[in-house]
Design a protein around this ligand. Sequence first.
Ligand SMILES: [Zn+2]
Length: 247
Amino acid sequence: MNIPIIMLHHIGKPTGAGLESWSITAQKFSLLLDLIEQKGFTTTTFEEISNGKLQDYANKVILSFDDCPNSLFEFAIPELLKRKMKAVFSIPTAQIGGFNQWDVTEQGFASVALMSAEQLQYLSSLGMEIASHGKHHLRASKISAQQFVEEISASKQLLEKLIGKKIYTLAYPYGEVPENHQQLLKDACYAYGISIYHPKENNFALRRIGIHQSDTSKSISFKLGQSYQLMRIFLDPLLFLLKFFRA
Ligand SMILES: [Zn+2]
């Protein structure tokens, strides 16, 4: 697809144990958006692409937020709106209005509130894309293909009913992509699957660029460029072998 896809989780000071690696400060987020603007990039969504609304793929970037913490409404979302930027928000549907139960039980992370149904409807009405992050945020490697299909189908159905629009995109929980993902996603009527590292990129396993608190103006600029995208073609098969993924 050749559009850089940024992966983000929490914006603002980490509110509890374990969330540090998945948080960037408001300042770092502003720096990312500043650099996007300085490079002359504009934001788009998979929804816009699927609807045929995107004529030109040049100088585009996709911002994606996994898990949908409620706290994104404190700084990140107002900042996006101020800059007329769009983003993709993916949520595990069993936890709409709930909390990051998978982080808490599996990894002992602090509990954070996630967006409510009304907040997701509001985001959708603003032109933001709502995506599925499965139903229970399960690892594809730990469940059967049948369970995976149930997860992605039930969450899609629920979100479509909730926002009254088609859902196009799945953000794989933990970035884990099952082997026969292309067929499974096609059968469940998804158009895109967003992963993290993947050796063979395709529309159902798109690579994403993580932005971390340790990133600088220089490293973010590099990550937004063509050379980084090219580097990932060679880097991802190695990282995949090392099973270096988590979302
Ligand atoms: Zn997640």
